[in-house]
Write a protein that binds this ligand. Structure first.
Ligand code: PPS
Ligand code: ADP
Length: 207
């Protein structure tokens, strides 16, 4: 019996089928690919491309996209620092469940604070938290497809990441997606870079 946070007198219920059995069923290892970067840096594009490329290889993934989760699970949260902290904590917990289910969980959020991303990493075991940083030159996000930077620069959106709100780049992430010879790699090329990492670490087979 234990107390966790505000939950008192709670018990851990074991499941009859464990992570190892689930992983065997899908012939892969559950993990979290956590994509962090500024708005417009290509996170969702990479997440979609990665999910598609994994699918064609018979691998099961699921995308947790920051924008999408704010339509449901996180619709009570805004963009104040404490809301972003809670956003990342919640998504970290959900991502951990997906990885435990045996899926390759692709989390795509700005996740601006290093401490929060590190806390998500700490939740996971076996190096199964893979941080991928969108380190692309500003031309990508200055295209501004959603028009958010224009609004933020005009002062019409307050606390916009990269304009008047901070973004802390990873210091030591597993994968850094960056330009090659001044060119932005295609979404498929970026997905393949991540897949090469996953293959190398044995995540694309169960044993
Ligand atoms: N103030 C402010 N700052 C940054 N982003 C903003 C803001 N207001 C709205 N948006 C939109 O919200 C998307 C980011 O949501 P996230 O949940 O990924 O953000 S965070 O991780 O909690 O910082 C982000 O989506 P992406 O462009 O895909 O990153 C924006 O569409
Ligand atoms: N690798 C890429 N090559 C060319 N354009 C890209 C690439 N990745 C993203 N884009 C374009 O950049 C814009 C922002 O990408 P998006 O994935 O929505 O970023 P984010 O999810 O980080 O906000 C979109 O218009 C998208 O089509």
């Amino acid at each position: 019996m234990s107390t966790v946070g505000n939950s008192t007198n709670i018990f851990w219920q074991e499941s009859p089928i464990g992570k190892t059995e689930r992983q065997k069923l899908v012939n892969q290892k559950g993990c979290v690919v956590w994509i962090t970067g500024l708005s417009g840096s290509g996170k969702s594009t990479l997440a979609c491309s990665l999910s598609r490329e994994l699918y064609t290889r018979g691998k099961l993934s699921y995308i947790l996209d920051g924008d999408n989760l704010r339509h449901g699970l996180n619709k009570d949260l805004g963009f104040k620092a404490e809301d972003r902290v809670e956003n990342i904590r919640r998504v970290g917990e959900v991502a951990k469940l997906f990885a435990d289910a045996g899926l390759i969980c692709i989390a795509s959020l700005i996740s601006p604070y290093r401490k929060d991303r590190d806390a998500c990493r700490e939740m996971m075991q076996d190096s199964s938290f893979i941080e991928a940083s969108m380190y692309l030159k500003s031309w990508l996000f200055t295209r501004d497809p959603k028009g958010l930077y224009k609004l933020a620069r005009a002062g019409k959106i307050k606390g916009f990441t990269g304009i008047d709100d901070p973004y802390e780049s990873p210091l030591n992430c597993e994968i850094q997606l960056k330009e090659k010879e001044g060119e932005c790699p295609s979404p498929v090329a970026m997905a393949e870079e991540v897949i090469t990492y996953l293959e190398g670490k044995g995540f694309l087979q169960s044993q």
